[in-house]
Design a protein around this ligand. Structure first.
Ligand SMILES: NC(=O)c1ccc[n+]([C@@H]2O[C@H](COP(=O)([O-])OP(=O)(O)OC[C@H]3O[C@@H](n4cnc5c(N)ncnc54)[C@H](OP(=O)(O)O)[C@@H]3O)[C@@H](O)[C@H]2O)c1
Length: 369
């Protein structure tokens, strides 16, 4: 079998560098064709020297506007790993699917902001969407070839983040340092904050809704601090299937590349059921972590609701990381923005872009007050 060409959008990030390790272990199956970063030229240069892509570019440079699209649609590329952070990933996901590529989707924001557009692009262009998020990879694997009609519900697991056991008062005053200390996963800064607020789980519920075609009422979340069970599928007969693995993104990245086939991978530690000890599950504390219900509530409105939530959260997280708002300020400004703008229309790409821009401006206004 010929080697499949891979484009990695966001190659300098946490998912991007994990993917490069996966590819380096399977030189017989994959080759790096295109790499992008946003602003980190030095890190990108190092990756270019190590992996010799045909194409490399900085999307944040002057004239970098088309870098993501050029990488995503490069003729030698079979698989596009979209590991860009934020709504900025949407256009490349659409372009890759339109060009008939397999999109290994880490950038869940693509589906949150433009779920219907993404599904339409896949249908139109013949591209294929395979999730990288460990929860959605677990569901894909547990579903196998079962039809949607045989599924009663999906249960996404959440680690609970660093404040799983903290009091409400401790959570609202949490510092940036405490927030970035995730107990089980090592990830980029934005998703690490989202894991602590549970905004990430809201994004994942919305992602699952579009990926697996199930209503929001059929998607639940349970806290599982060990991050070993990556999610469950409950079937109509009451049977539940789960996928388990050590908390490493390398396995779901590899699976997104090979699905429905599997590959051997000596680099990922194997799971020893005796050594893994107890697996525990808890209910989400919605009163302490309101971002999950704010996000899912926004998506239930339809239109641009989810896009407004996502944009407001991106800006709020940036301000939290820069010290301009508190941890407790994130749900405050995002909730207010969803209340004000969550019913905007979102049927077209332009409407979604407009809603995204208005939500960002609204949060900026709130933070300045
Ligand atoms: N990390 C995980 O374990 C994990 C798990 C599941 C899903 N995800 C999802 O995967 C995506 C990437 O997460 P990450 O943790 O890998 O993030 P990260 O470490 O912050 O890396 C982000 C990457 O995207 C680039 N980038 C940043 N802003 C950009 C923009 N506006 N346009 C284009 N590229 C941009 C960065 O380039 P520079 O280095 O030049 O800034 C970097 O290469 C997110 O959607 C996240 O939710 C991550």
């Amino acid at each position: 079998m010929s080697r499949r060409g891979v484009a990695i959008l966001g190659a300098t990030g946490s998912i991007g560098t994990s993917a490069l390790r996966v590819i380096a272990r399977h030189p017989d199956q994959f080759r790096v064709v295109a790499l992008t970063a946003h602003a980190n030229r030095e890190a990108l240069d190092q990756l270019v020297t190590a992996h010799h892509p045909v194409f490399a570019g900085l999307s944040g440079s002057a004239g970098g506007g088309d870098v993501l699209l050029a990488a995503a649609t490069h003729p030698d590329v079979d698989i596009v790993l979209n590991a860009v952070v934020g709504a900025a990933g949407l256009a490349a996901t659409l372009a890759a699917l339109d060009a008939g590529k397999r999109v290994a989707l880490a950038n869940k924001e693509s589906l949150v902001v433009g779920g219907q557009l993404v599904l339409e692009a896949a249908r139109r262009g013949g591209g294929e969407l395979v999730p990288v998020d460990s929860e959605h990879s677990a569901i894909l694997q547990a579903l196998g070839s079962a039809p949607t009609s045989s599924v009663r519900r999906l249960v996404l697991t959440a680690s609970g983040g660093p404040f799983r056991a903290s009091s409400a008062a401790e959570v609202v005053t949490a510092t940036v340092g405490q927030t970035l200390r995730h107990p089980t996963w090592s990830m980029g800064r934005k998703i690490t904050v989202d894991s602590a607020t549970l905004a990430n789980k809201a994004l994942e519920v919305i992602e699952a809704h579009f990926l697996f075609g199930l209503p929001f009422d059929a998607i639940d979340v349970v806290v599982h601090p060990q991050s070993i069970v990556h999610s469950f599928v409950e079937f109509v007969d009451g049977s539940m299937l789960a996928q388990l693995g050590v908390p490493s993104m390398e396995l779901p990245i590899l699976y997104a590349f090979t699905h429905p086939e599997r590959s051997t991978d000596v680099g990922i530690p194997r799971l020893d059921p005796v050594a893994m000890g107890s697996l525990t599950f808890e209910a989400v504390r919605h009163d302490v972590f309101p971002m999950l219900s704010i996000g899912v509530g926004a998506a239930r409105r339809g239109g641009a609701g989810a896009a407004v939530f996502n944009a407001a959260n991106e800006v709020a997280v940036g301000h939290f990381l820069d010290g301009r708002i508190t941890f407790g300020g994130i749900p405050e400004v995002v909730g207010e923005t969803v209340d004000t703008l969550g019913s905007l229309a979102g049927g077209t790409r332009q409407e979604l872009l407009d809603a995204d821009a208005r939500a960002r401006a609204h949060v900026e206004g709130l933070v300045r007050c």
